[in-house]
Design a protein around this ligand. Structure first.
Ligand SMILES: [Fe+2]
Length: 331
């Protein structure tokens, strides 16, 4: 999009306020929604899904994922679960019945054949009653054949497996202060992840796109993270990361900077309490933000990535495309 249009949108946001702008964006994009390409590769992403207490909102989003896929005549090749996978108690760790009710049965293999890539959120580090991070790292080994894919706290994979178009880097963003009840990455792990990330980014990349995922946002309408910005923003710029997906904020967002190669996407509406009251506190340019349950659809072809925010009724709220050179176009 030309810079003058970006500036006029910024003026609109400043003049009329965030809520009106979000409504405008939703209506505009419903009218202008681009067709889903059934021949492309597809992945669904969602964060903050493993609700404690009522799981009705999680079920609603899961059912919307299934109905949307059927209506669009697509079968996503993978899910990406962006952390806060289990709020509350995980009694029995990898043997807890919640694995069946809130993962295996909630996102059934008949609709989501997998793999289901996953990473850790802050709630996943809580000791409830024991370490939930260790349980999640152990689940795949304890359940051979599961789609749950968390080989380490940070890892790399190319997607799709048979003809890779995107390099994914899954990161652990848990840099919060640790307590005995709420753990976090320790100093040695932070150093090891930083060295690993720089080494991975330095490797020649044969795929057309680079996508980074973590649980916490660098930028979001709830405020920016100076810690994560200091850790990662310059690397995203230097290596032209196309997208950064995260959750943690319980809404759906799309943020941009003029001249920044990376689009910042929050998809934290997977099933728990929403951030309904929207106040905009980021230094980034808000392209979309709405406190709703939902998920994000990533469509991949050689020519472009298409990112769509879909709500808990299966309706597209916002969409944009990104090309290999990094051009962004609202759809
Ligand atoms: Fe979180």
């Amino acid at each position: 999009m030309p810079v003058d249009q970006l500036h006029s949108r910024r003026q609109f946001l400043q003049t009329f306020g965030f809520s009106a702008a979000a409504l405008f964006a939703g209506r505009f994009n419903l009218r202008a929604a681009a067709r889903v390409d059934a021949q492309a590769e597809h992945m669904f992403l969602l964060g903050d899904w493993g609700a404690a207490g009522s799981i009705d909102p999680q079920r609603q989003v899961a059912q919307a994922m299934g109905s949307y896929a059927r209506e669009q005549n697509i079968a996503p090749s993978a899910l990406f679960l962006l952390g806060d996978n289990f709020y509350g108690q995980l009694d029995g760790g990898a043997a807890c019945p919640r694995w069946q009710t809130q993962f295996e049965e909630m996102y059934p293999p008949s609709q989501f054949r997998g793999p289901c890539y996953s990473l850790l959120g802050n709630h996943d580090y809580n000791v409830e009653p024991a370490g939930k991070a260790e349980a999640q790292l152990a689940y795949a080994a304890a359940h051979p054949g599961t789609r749950w894919t968390m080989p380490a706290k940070w890892y790399r994979f190319d997607f799709p497996q048979d003809r890779p178009l995107v390099t994914f880097l899954a990161l652990d963003s848990n840099y919060q202060k640790a307590t005995p009840e709420k753990l976090s990455l320790n100093a040695e792990e932070r150093t090891a992840q930083a060295m690993w990330l720089k080494a991975e980014l330095a490797k020649p990349r044969t795929t057309r796109f680079l996508v980074v995922c973590g649980h916490h946002p660098l930028y979001s309408n709830a405020g920016d993270s100076s810690v994560l910005i200091a850790e990662w923003d310059s690397l995203f710029r230097e290596h032209s990361a196309h997208l950064y997906f995260c959750g943690h904020i319980h809404d759906l967002e799309h943020l941009e900077f003029d001249g920044h190669p990376t689009s910042f996407i929050v998809t934290g509406g997977g099933g728990t309490t929403l951030r309904e009251k929207q106040t905009y506190k980021s230094t980034a340019l808000n392209r979309f933000s709405e406190g709703v349950h939902g998920f994000t659809h990533l469509q991949i072809t050689d020519e472009r990535l298409v990112i769509r925010h879909i709500d808990g009724d299966g309706r597209q709220l916002h969409a944009f495309a990104k090309t290999p050179p990094g051009n962004v176009e609202l759809l």
